[in-house]
Ligand binder design. Structure first.
Ligand SMILES: C[S@@+](CC[C@H](N)C(=O)[O-])C[C@H]1O[C@@H](n2cnc3c(N)ncnc32)[C@H](O)[C@@H]1O
Length: 204
């Protein structure tokens, strides 16, 4: 299969581009925080301890969950040192003590090999960074087979390809495409939250 990847308009490994993205994202989509609240509540209710965020970015989620869930350990995985730096800068000393930062590229073979297994894996607004939806199936299978402990939960939140939302059908998936892809990877899927084209898929 020949996959024509969609080029990114910004270089998130570049410190200026990373800072610009970080400065704009919560102004552009202030409802992100409602997803972070959902994750924090789920972590508390289900007593999830070991958390991995893939494509962790500037640390908005890290700050949110480490501040609210005192018993967790949070691991951040991203290919951008610049993003990790922004993330670390948001955390207080006692939050940093419960966090670790891994640099890696989830488009490279074996990307998950150096990671552990987790109670909860989250990918928030970063699945489309695969740069083509055709890569999502293999990505989800790697998460399922390598990164989840027995009984663990996998949260996938991304922009939908839909009317009034995203318009590129190569980069973004419709709701049905997400569900099918996750089910094909072996997950049972629920949709607990959707706001303005940003949709959360909760998988077991
Ligand atoms: C759109 S940002 C989302 C960041 C964060 N999840 C949030 O919502 O605040 C996507 C993140 O994925 C990272 N990323 C993009 N491609 C990646 C890759 N191939 N491997 C690892 N991280 C990647 C970027 O550096 C960036 O931090």
């Amino acid at each position: 299969m020949c996959i024509k990847e969609v080029l990114s308009p910004i270089n998130l490994r570049n410190p200026d581009d990373a800072a610009q993205w970080a400065n704009e994202v919560n102004l552009k989509r202030p409802w992100r925080v409602q997803f972070f609240d959902y994750y924090a509540t789920l972590i508390q209710q289900q007593q999830r301890v070991e958390i991995l965020e893939i494509g962790s970015g500037p640390g908005d989620l890290a700050k949110h969950v480490l501040g609210r869930c005192p018993d967790i350990h949070y691991s951040a995985f991203d290919f951008s040192e610049a993003m990790h730096k922004l993330s670390r800068s948001k955390l207080l000393t006692h939050e940093l003590e419960r966090a670790d930062y891994r640099v890696g590229d989830f488009k490279q073979t074996g990307w998950a090999d150096a990671l552990a297994q987790y109670d909860l894996v989250i990918i928030h607004q970063a699945l489309h960074e695969l740069r083509h939806k055709a890569y999502a199936l293999d990505f989800h299978k790697i998460v399922k087979n390598k990164l989840l402990k027995a009984g663990a939960c996998y949260l996938v939140c991304d922009h939908l390809y839909a009317e009034g939302a995203m318009t590129n059908p190569d980069l973004y998936m419709s709701k049905d495409e997400h569900i099918q892809c996750l089910q094909q990877s072996g997950f049972h899927v629920e949709l607990p939250l959707e706001i303005k084209g940003l949709c959360l898929f909760q998988c077991h």
